[in-house]
Ligand binder design. Structure first.
Ligand code: ADP
Ligand code: MG
Length: 243
């Protein structure tokens, strides 16, 4: 069984049909990159996965359980297993870096303070910010804040990481450091679904690239196929504008 199995997923906002029968399976350890024009439903797809949005119909099975079935699925448990990183870093501005990273593990996973701090230091090391544990978000650059946001998500030991345009709000010189952290995670075998406009990252790191357009996955395949031989006319058109 795949880690994630999405079938015939539909999402409406009022009359606006934003996801139109999405079928998608994601395997454990797979890195899936989602690209496509603005407004095509990429964020909505990620947000349905951890129920920041309620799907209108269809099913999402995660690790063998339907996430839409409240009987057997606690939404908080679900979100603990799915780390999410947004375009805006969403750190807690009144807490320092260490508090940002240890809050959820202590509260939700009942980790002891010392254990949580030790996990956090390992993660800060991983994202290259070991010296920043006492800093407040406002004292960090955007790229550093985003790397802290990634460390914070990883502190819950999620089974999958969802990234929604994690570098889109960053100054260009910060983008590389964040992509490097994501590339390292991919190399360690983390399952990841990444919405991004960074095409060279997609080419390098993705096992599979999906192109979304108007609520449909119009093209999918390995990066070579997607970037060198797209078939769908709108996929060709999109790629010709971004490559
Ligand atoms: P993308 O991430 O690909 O840019 P989104 O998933 O954010 O696309 O949005 C898809 C469509 O859904 C857009 O037309 C957007 O305006 C609309 N939309 C997204 N969120 C909402 C919402 N909460 N209420 C109404 N419309 C929304
Ligand atoms: Mg979006």
């Amino acid at each position: 069984m795949s880690m994630i199995e999405i079938s015939d997923l539909n999402k409406y906002f009022g009359k606006l049909h934003v996801l139109k029968g999405i079928d998608l399976k994601v395997e454990t350890g797979e890195v899936v990159v989602v690209i496509g024009p603005s407004g095509s439903g990429k964020s909505t797809l990620l947000r349905c996965l951890n129920r920041l949005e309620e799907p209108s119909s269809g099913d999402i099975v995660f690790e063998g359980l339907s996430i839409l079935d409240d009987e057997n699925n606690d939404i908080n448990k679900l979100r603990q297993k799915m780390g999410m990183v947004f375009q805006q870093f969403n750190l807690f501005n009144h807490m320092d870096v260490m508090e940002n990273i240890t809050l959820a593990p202590i509260k939700l996973k009942n980790l002891k303070q010392a254990e949580a701090v030790s996990v956090a230091r390992d993660l800060l090391d991983k994202v290259g910010l070991l010296e920043k544990e006492k800093a407040y978000p406002a004292q960090l650059s955007g790229g550093q804040q985003q790397r802290i946001a990634i460390a914070r998500a990883l502190a819950m030991s999620p089974d999958v990481m969802l990234f929604d345009e994690p570098t889109s709000a960053l100054d260009p010189e910060m983008v590389g450091d964040v992509l490097k952290v994501m590339k390292d995670l991919a190399a360690e075998g983390m399952t990841m679904i990444i919405v991004t406009h960074e095409m060279s990252f997609a080419r390098d790191v993705a096992d599979r690239v999906l192109i979304m357009d108007e609520g449909i996955i119009i093209e999918e395949g390995n990066p070579q196929k997607i970037f060198n031989q797209p078939e769908h006319p709108r996929a060709k058109d999109f790629l010709s504008r971004v490559l």
